[in-house]
Design a protein. Structure first.
Length: 134
């Protein structure tokens, strides 16, 4: 079981490293690309490792027992609620003219949800005897 957890973490870490690398290498060229197909391709390239990581997470949740799935559900509920509340607050402040955000800022919604989910999974898992620590 411990090896499976280590392999899972290694795969997620590798995919996130690829995602970050692609964002550093590719994203600056998205705004300067002149061709629409090239712009779309450059913009969507980072979605490949992110989608693979999301698939691994789904497989981890589906492969868990009922208690592990409960921990995942609670953590995901917390992460979704916090992210939605923060996004709504930012939207209201933008509509009121208090805050000015561009479309690039929307790219932070998924990473923010993932970070909050990871923290909530750890906290909720500790409540159930360390499940979130795996």
């Amino acid at each position: 079981m411990r090896r499976a957890v280590t392999a899972y973490r290694r795969q997620i870490f590798l995919l996130m490293a690829v995602y970050i690398g692609l964002m550093w290498l590719v994203w600056p060229h998205v705004h300067t690309a002149t061709s629409l197909p090239l712009k779309v391709a450059l913009a969507l390239v980072p979605l490949v490792p992110m989608s693979a990581a999301l698939w691994l997470i789904v497989m981890d949740v589906v492969g868990g027992d009922e208690l592990q799935q409960r921990v995942h559900l609670i953590a995901l509920s917390i992460a979704t609620g916090v992210t939605c509340a923060a996004s709504f607050m930012a939207g209201v402040l933008c509509a009121a003219g208090v805050l000015v955000l561009g479309g690039d800022d929307l790219m932070w919604v998924l990473p923010a949800t993932a970070l909050i989910y990871a923290a909530a999974n750890w906290v909720v898992g500790r409540r159930y005897g360390g499940l979130g620590c795996s």
